[in-house]
Design a protein. Structure first.
Length: 94
C-alpha cells in the first residue's frame, strides 16, 4: 500500500509516495504529514510567513515591519516547530 502526498519543490508540484506495510506505519505517516508545515530557507522565514498568514502586520507601517528582529521571533517558534537541515519545518505538537 502507498500513501501519496503532494509537495512543492522549486515552485513545482511533485507527487510523492510513502510505502506502507503495517498499520503502525499508516499512523506514523499521517502524523508526519499533519506535522509538516512546508519548506523554508530558515526558521526566520518560517516565522515571518506565519505572522504574515495571521495578518498581524496588515496595518503596521513598513518602517516598523522592517525593524522586526525575525531571529528573535524564530527563537520563540523553536518551542513548537523544528526545521531540518533541508529546511523542512514540522510542528512538534502533533
Amino acid at each position: 500500500m502507498k500513501l501519496y502526498y503532494i509537495r512543492r519543490l522549486n515552485n513545482k508540484i511533485i507527487l510523492n509516495s510513502i510505502g506502507i506495510d503495517e498499520q503502525g506505519d499508516v499512523a506514523y505517516a499521517e502524523s508526519v504529514l499533519e506535522a509538516y508545515q512546508g519548506q523554508y530557507e530558515s526558521m526566520e522565514d518560517f516565522a515571518q510567513q506565519m505572522v504574515d498568514d495571521c495578518g498581524d502586520l496588515r496595518d503596521v507601517p513598513h518602517f516598523i515591519e522592517n525593524a522586526i528582529d525575525w531571529e528573535v521571533i524564530a527563537e520563540q517558534f523553536h518551542w513548537d516547530y523544528s526545521i531540518t537541515i533541508d529546511g523542512y519545518v514540522f510542528n512538534n505538537n502533533v
